[in-house]
Design a protein around this ligand. Structure first.
Ligand code: C2E
Ligand code: MG
Ligand code: MG
Ligand code: MG
Length: 277
């Protein structure tokens, strides 16, 4: 009986600790957003046909003053759960557009920027207007921006989602289906959604060289993309064998450590100039 009680209090302490940690992290994230302590890194996307720059993907980074770097895999789900993802995404959209306009002012021909959004962002019927305002603030065209969505959005039954997606698409902003092949992907959904780009998930790229079944699947994906006239981007390309296999299958664009990791804006600028891109 005594040990039972002891164990109970052990677990409840443990849970308190986790809950406290979470609350502290949530408060820290709220503060980081307010003080603009988040920043974006940018990863180049390379056209496999001619080696030109196709665009860059903006990825959020958070360096906590005491804890240090906290990866997106931790703070994005946290932001989604505690209602901060709206604010985070507004910030990411504005910052990415500001940066693109800034690069262009200084003579860098960056064709487009991609921003990751979460499923709940599309419940917000004001999102299309926010995007339109942000683009016009920086004198950018709708085609300068790509919005990355994940397959989880397809499971979203919120009635606003389809309307918001449709409005964003109607403006001429491109939609990219991120992590393609990992989620609940249904070809029927692909037909209904106004996407312009498919991003093959990096788990497929990782297994490409050693697994024939994976190669058969990636081949099927590029064929689907081509028949629907979508641009197909391979994520997580780390070596030239993967690059060659993807290129041979007809993949249009590749992104990964082989070319460059995601970099702070100034470092990406240097990288682009060095590679004459
Ligand atoms: P994602 O959008 O699929 O982004 C690609 C992830 O792969 C990034 O991880 C990137 O750093 C990583 N990566 C790039 N090249 C390679 C490679 O060659 N090999 C490997 N193994 N990984 C590579 P990161 O930056 O940690 O972001 C993780 C995820 O967090 C993103 O996946 C995205 O879903 C989410 N995320 C990041 N920033 C944001 C944001 O601003 N808003 C939202 N909603 N989600 C974000
Ligand atoms: Mg992405
Ligand atoms: Mg993603
Ligand atoms: Mg992805």
């Amino acid at each position: 009986k005594t040990s039972g009680r002891g164990r109970f209090s052990f677990f409840s302490n443990e849970m308190n600790l986790l809950a406290q940690e979470r609350l502290a992290l949530e408060a820290a994230l709220r503060e980081a957003l307010r003080k603009e302590q988040l920043h974006l890194h940018y990863q180049p996307q390379i056209d496999l046909k001619d080696g030109h720059l196709y665009g860059v993907e903006a990825l959020a980074r958070w360096t906590h003053p005491e804890i240090g770097n906290i990866p997106p895999i931790r703070f994005i789900p946290l932001a989604e759960e505690c209602g901060l993802i709206g604010e985070l995404s507004d910030w990411a959209l504005r910052e990415a557009c500001r940066q693109l306009a800034d690069w262009r002012k200084r003579g860098l021909a960056v064709p487009a920027v991609s921003v990751n959004l979460s499923a709940t962002n599309f419940h917000n019927l004001e999102l299309p207007q926010l995007i339109a305002d942000t683009l016009s603030t920086h004198a950018l065209a709708a085609s300068d921006l790509t919005v990355e969505i994940t397959e989880s959005l397809l499971m979203d039954t919120n009635p606003s989602t389809m309307k918001t997606l449709g409005d964003i698409h109607a403006q001429g902003v491109r939609l990219a289906m991120d992590d393609f092949g990992t989620g609940y992907s249904s070809l029927g959904y692909l037909r209904r959604l106004p996407v312009s780009e498919l991003k093959l998930d990096k788990s497929f790229v990782r297994d490409l060289a050693r697994d024939e079944a994976t190669r058969a699947l990636t081949n099927a994906v590029i064929r689907i993309g081509d028949s629907l006239r979508l641009t197909v981007v391979a994520e997580g390309v780390e070596d030239s064998t993967q690059q060659e296999l993807l290129k041979a299958q007809g993949y249009h664009v590749a992104q990964g450590y082989l070319f460059s990791p995601p970099l702070p804006a100034a470092e990406l600028e240097r990288w682009l100039r060095e590679h004459a891109l």
